[in-house]
Write a protein that binds this ligand. Sequence first.
Ligand code: AR6
Length: 231
Amino acid sequence: VEARSTCSMEVEKGLNDKKENEDHAKESDSDYVGSRTLAFPSISTADFQFDLDRASDIIVDTAADFLQKFDDLRLVLVDLSEKSRILSLVKEKASKKSIDGNRFFTFVGDITQLHTRGGLQCSVIANAANWRLKPGGGGVNAAIFNAAGESLQHATKKCADALRPGTSVAVPLPSVSPLQQREGVTHVIHVLGPNMNPMRADYLKNDYAKGCKILHEAYNSLFENFASIAQ
Ligand code: AR6
């Protein structure tokens, strides 16, 4: 952590700095706030190769609509690196739209360790899933299934066998799960986004008209599922 503080001093506008992380963590480390906070990764923009600029527009638009509808809920976009381009794009576009920075912000960290490593309490986290809802496959899906232990697989199976692109399913996390015990996560919402990777199922062959529509639907479905859990 010490070594990184030198780097973040060199980081100019546009990158995601550590101090902001800490400020948000301080404001929000309570169960009350935690149960009203959704942490989510950027759906489709790594393994599924979706264009980052288009994705950031969709994230900011759907988040803004959601915050208008639900005035006591919060959304946090998470990515692993301070150099995350999707975090920078979203931050820039959200501030241009004057979105309330306490109710929608970006956070650098591992979504499976937000409380213990980041000091941020989020009861609900989203997963960028695959259509079979299977563990593994790398990315955030592998991280969440690993951190949650086998009980997430069983709990997921009880809720759904598969997902269509643009849809999501909310899974209550069993209390024995390490993710609930350590991090206070009560629900995982699996989301299937549009796929622009020819090596994966439902490949959209660069059809961004369709892809953007599906990504919109995916975030709307995710946020609606979150709202019904939080209320
Ligand atoms: N914490 C926070 N963000 C993360 C983490 C983490 N532990 N790990 C990755 N990210 P991806 P996709 C970010 O590839 O593009 C899987 O194999 C990452 O930097 O996980 O929707 C599934 O099984 C990026 O910003 O999801 C599917 O087959 C974001 O999470 C496929 O990949 C999403 O990256 C889904 O691909």
